[in-house]
Design a protein around this ligand. Structure first.
Ligand code: ADP
Ligand code: MG
Length: 258
């Protein structure tokens, strides 16, 4: 199988996803919460970005809005050059299915299906045959070739999350979003998953956006953006745990290192 990627990830620095002045409010009157306050951020093609900040600062909300899972109160979201607000429900569903992958903290696998059936479920539901060469490459990358017939209960947490990564990559999405994808794993299994997310960028040319509260996990990213009280407050490249911890402390966060 050829190792060539269809494009050089760093050659054309296009934008995989972007928000402009994105705000999100929940509730009204006395109970109104400003979850996001005019956040403008770009996620570039072929880049691995981590989103960090204190609990409740809006990380999940930003990711859900950027991924078209939740709608903005104001402002806009683009996936590639597509403005999400211009899409109807069916178009939005198709865009999420074809161009976006998700990985959640709880692996969200179907217990009665095998690893392979879980991985190929989204294209199967859409009535499509997955690209076999691509699928082989993804499965090899996450090291699941010998586990494809196992059901989730027969797999470790780390292996289940590898299935979830392969499932997120199966439809060749441009961009993969992960909300604390290593949050339920021990540090060794977590390191594997972070390595595979980085490989998705380096080897498969994808874009990855990951929410994490772990400064060590953040170091797998090319760039970290920091949120506080629903606002984008800082950004870091050349990520090290010490630099991340310093910034988190200055944001008043209690950084967990688990
Ligand atoms: P984080 O992921 O950084 O912990 P969230 O994005 O989950 O933060 O939440 C940001 C803020 O919005 C918090 O104050 C949270 O309580 C509030 N929030 C999130 N989802 C809802 C919701 N469905 N209804 C009301 N408030 C919400
Ligand atoms: Mg969250």
């Amino acid at each position: 199988m050829s190792a060539a990627t269809p494009f050089a990830p760093h050659a054309a620095p296009g934008i995989a996803a972007a928000t402009v002045d994105l705000s999100k409010f929940y509730g009204s009157g006395d109970t109104r919460v400003v979850a996001l306050d005019q956040v403008s951020v770009d996620f570039r093609e072929g880049e691995f970005t981590a989103i960090m900040g204190p609990s409740g600062c809006g990380k999940s909300t930003l990711m859900h809005c950027a991924a078209g899972l939740d709608s903005p109160s104001s402002g806009s979201v683009r996936i590639g050059t597509t403005e999400l607000s211009t899409l109807g429900d069916r178009q939005l569903t198709a865009l999420r299915r074809d161009r976006i992958g998700f990985i959640f903290q709880a692996f969200n696998l179907l217990p009665t299906l095998t690893a392979l059936e879980n991985i190929t479920l989204p294209p199967t539901i859409a009535g499509r045959r997955p690209d076999q060469q691509w699928l082989d490459r993804v499965i090899t990358m996450v090291g699941l070739s010998q586990r494809l017939g196992h059901r989730p209960a027969q797999l470790s947490g780390g292996q289940q999350q590898r299935v979830a990564i392969a499932r997120a990559l199966a439809s060749r999405p441009q961009i993969i979003f992960g909300d604390e994808p290593t949050g339920n794993l021990d540090s060794r299994a977590g390191a594997d998953i972070l390595g595979f997310l980085r490989d998705s960028v380096r080897e498969l040319g994808r874009t990855v956006v990951m929410v994490t509260h772990d400064p060590v996990a953040a170091c797998y990213a090319d760039r970290v953006v920091f949120l506080s009280d629903g606002r984008l407050v800082d950004e870091m490249t050349h990520v090290t745990p010490d630099r991340v911890l310093g910034l988190m402390k200055s944001l008043g966060a209690r950084a967990h290192t688990g």
